[in-house]
Ligand binder design. Sequence first.
Ligand code: RIB
Length: 310
Amino acid sequence: MKKIVVIGSSNTDLIAKVKNFPEPGETIVGTEYMEAMGGKGANQAMAAHKLGGNVQFITSLGSDSNGKSALAYYKKEGLNVSSSLIVDGVASGTAIILVDEHGENCIVITPGANNKLSSAYISGIENIIEEADILLLQMEIPYDTVKKACVLAKKHQTQVILNVAPAMQLDNEILSTVDVLVVNETEAETICMAKIENVGKEGIVDLLLEKGVDTVVLTLGRNGCFFKNKEESLCLSAYDVETIDTTAAGDTFCGALAAELGRGNSWEEALKFSTAASAICVTRMGAQPSIPTEKEVRDYLKKNMAYTLR
Ligand code: RIB
């Protein structure tokens, strides 16, 4: 089993279910409220862990009550966060999330301690990146921190999986270090400064490959995903499920992909597993509470064989 290191954000999510999103200046009544652990880094680390990966998570938390609760939660779940940063006098990250009746969300993050995860801190844990087989990253910590981690991973031949969420442009130096780029349509368009309606889905993936990335996974929500590298390409459809909350569906997909690649499974197996994991995720409320276990995903794959590969 390969060792997966995830470096990224940790948030406490404050979630309200609403019928429709409010207009500016409007006060509306929610139908449900919950608090749960979130943050794209933490969600992906927890997903890879619950889905059977050998995971270490590096994050930054404040020493406030949210930070303490987060640490207690990770400990209870058995997720290794032993080399994470704890910062005094800074609030732990939070996210305010509205989820509408279609399961779509609006998210406001307040990074707090996540912004204290510096490139200097990453230099100090170079040995952890060196010993890892896979490094999984997102864009909810400072850009230079992500870049430093990518450069160190490249130096030590650690495979880099980068999920460019939230969407932002990337410089060529980062792109040249990336083995697997996981992006949704908005993220791909932002990086390429091109519209899918003009260049097509495969066209945008080709533009990303031309930038030096080895493999691209374009996630398409209800329409599945498209994968391409120099050797092969695959298009997978998504499962038709009743969507309650799409929060962390992309994170679950990325964590599942890392877990599967960590087991040495093929791209086709890994993409099917990840698609099933995120299908289960959207049927439940919240980020980390909605992540399935490996057994749930294997059972789901057995029962849902009517899976189409186009
Ligand atoms: O991707 C979902 C996550 O985005 C939430 O858990 C929230 O914390 C924000 O980081």
